[in-house]
Design a protein around this ligand. Structure first.
Ligand code: ATP
Ligand code: MG
Length: 552
């Protein structure tokens, strides 16, 4: 965390609390995901904020799974969330579950019933919605609202005992049917769900609502600063009401603007649809905004933390350009990624004056941008090399400084070559370029006196290996697919994945490891994909070297 920047508004609140000696100066935050999907870059903002605050002020952070809706939740999600938080570089103090508190929450509900502050309602969901009124008209009560404490206690116990089917009854807080805040018009506390829970099994058939579980879970853990996104502002009075009526530890809720990123969607419901309907290759598809997708794409934890630091923490929502995320990964990888040569769209060059059967070994720096250098590696050279098709023009355009007939270019870390002739197939496509080389022009030992303007990368036909290369583009064609007419999936970019089946790579890349970034010189940053096998290497392009979208 850079110390120069000014404090964000939550840090100011925390510093004020510490100065006042509130909670003895203690800071305990929590990150409370619902295990109903994989974490995405928006969650990373919340994680960096919650864990970052604790780190900055000598506090701690709990990881609490908000597992109150068994129908949508699964251990697969719990495991992925833990993996992602750790990968981002954070350690939690305690791993907790809202379901750990089901007994306590039940007792809290009984306390409220006894105070006449909660009642069992037999209305259907539709009836309850209709009786709630509108923002301008107060709600109307019903006969259940006047049930006696004894009857409510009995009915609630019967709900718990499984005497009623799903939807037959709910427990509601008796609060204020005329409140301008709709969330306070007798909100639901419990609903009946005969569903198996991934942790509590079949012990329960009633489950608490978010509003009845969240604040009390915070209070049980003695969370000092409960930080959530702005859509929970209208829930805050309810959060405080339950804590006050139950006389619990006074946890306080603070809201910040959620992260919105363009050209993607971030709701877990939508991400789940992309996965289940096969629009992407799983939650960790490198085009997904999930942490696991970004990891597979080649993003580093440091780049994501830097992104979260740069976007800052504010109260007003806005749309962040995905270009900023790409900027952060480029900055990071420029310092760390080793440079290698890879030819993605190959055409063969034959150096006709290079002796047949001869080879040489050249070397190149691993990373000229790294402080103090980062060592070097060797690679073979021979009479035939692959170059990019775009690095040759039979008749050069103006200011084209790459290879052409009669034109000269340097093969990186090797020799200067001159284009002599081409071989074409029946359709007129170039299948081979014939060149001559200047023997005195070897890099590092050039006595030729020839100056060339261009340098291109290449891979030796004899020494190179093949790989599949996957190029990714934005998953959506529009900035905010969720706000467009029709289904958000209508705006999926049909060209978001381009697979190059036969690319040629430097021999050394056969030792690449999953998760280790590499720069393919002039082509971008890449990382080995988990689909790779010993026989077939697959590389994902993390990001191009420059922002290709700026000019468009
Ligand atoms: P859904 O997508 O289903 O609405 P959610 O994104 O709210 O779910 P949770 O598991 O409830 O998912 O979120 C855990 C925490 O992450 C919450 O505190 C939530 O406020 C925060 N969070 C979720 N999305 C974002 C976002 N886009 N930006 C910042 N914080 C977020
Ligand atoms: Mg949520």
């Amino acid at each position: 965390m850079s110390e120069e920047r000014s404090l964000n508004f939550i840090e100011e609140i925390v510093e004020g609390d510490i100065a006042e000696g509130k909670h003895g100066g203690r800071v305990l935050t929590r990150f409370p995901p619902e295990p109903n999907g994989y974490l995405h870059i928006g969650h990373a903002k919340s994680i960096c904020l919650n864990f970052g605050l604790a780190q900055r002020y000598g506090g701690q952070t709990n990881l609490r799974f908000d597992d109150t809706n068994p129908v949508k939740e699964d251990v697969e999600y719990v495991d992925s969330i833990k993996e992602d938080v750790k990968w981002l570089g954070f350690d939690w103090a305690e791993e907790l579950y809202a379901s750990d508190y089901f007994d306590k929450l039940y007792d809290f509900a009984v306390v409220l019933i006894k105070q006449g502050l909660a009642y069992v309602d037999d209305s259907t969901a539709e009836e309850i919605a209709a009786q709630k009124g509108t923002p301008t008209e107060p709600g109307t009560g019903n006969e259940y609202r006047n049930r006696s404490v004894e009857e409510n206690l009995q009915l609630f116990a019967d709900m718990k005992a499984g005497k009623y089917p799903d939807g037959a009854k709910v427990l509601r807080a008796k609060l204020d049917l005329a409140s301008p805040n709709m969330h306070l018009r007798d909100p639901l506390m419990y609903r009946i769900k005969h569903a198996h829970h991934h942790r509590t099994g079949d012990a329960w058939c009633i489950y608490p609502m978010y509003d009845f579980a969240h604040g009390q879970s915070d209070a049980i853990e003695e969370i000092t600063h409960s930080i959530c996104t702005v859509e929970f502002i209208p829930h805050r009075p309810l959060y405080e009401w339950f804590i006050e009526k139950l006389e619990l530890f006074p946890s306080k809720q603070y809201e910040f603007a959620r992260l919105n990123l363009n050209y993607t969607v971030m709701s877990k419901r939508k991400l789940l649809q992309l996965v289940t309907e096969g629009h992407v290759d799983g939650w960790d598809d490198p085009r997904m905004p999930t942490i696991s997708g970004l990891r597979r794409r080649g993003y580093t934890p440091a780049s994501i933390r830097e992104f979260c630091e740069r976007i800052g923490v504010a109260k007003r929502e806005n749309m962040i350009d995905v270009g900023l995320l790409e900027f952060c990964i480029r900055e990071d990888l420029n310092k760390t990624a080793w440079r290698r040569m890879a030819v993605l769209d190959p055409v063969k060059v034959v150096i006709t004056n290079y002796p047949e059967g001869q080879t040489e070994t050249f070397s190149g720096e691993n990373n000229p941008e790294a402080e103090g250098g980062d060592g070097s590696r060797e690679f073979g050279f021979g009479r035939e090399v692959w170059i990019e098709r775009e690095d040759f023009m039979e008749v050069p355009a103006k200011k084209y400084f790459r290879l052409s007939i009669g034109g000269m270019v340097r093969l990186k870390n090797a020799y200067i070559v001159k284009g002599e002739s081409v071989v074409k197939d029946a359709e007129g496509n170039i299948t081979e370029i014939h060149c001559t080389y200047i023997p005195e022009s070897q890099s590092g030992n050039d006595t030729s006196g020839i100056n060339v303007k261009g340098t291109i990368h290449w891979v030796s036909v004899e020494h190179g290996k093949t790989a599949e290369v996957r190029l990714y583009d934005r998953l959506f064609q529009v900035e905010d697919p969720s706000s467009e007419d029709g289904d958000f999936k209508d705006y999926i970019n049909p060209n978001s994945l381009q697979v190059l089946h036969t690319a040629y790579i430097e021999p050394d890349l056969a030792n690449a490891k999953i998760g280790t970034p590499v720069q393919f010189m002039r082509k971008g940053y890449f990382t080995l994909d988990k689909n790779s096998t010993d026989d077939k290497l697959v590389f994902n392009r993390t990001v191009t070297l420059k922002d290709g979208w700026v000019k468009k």
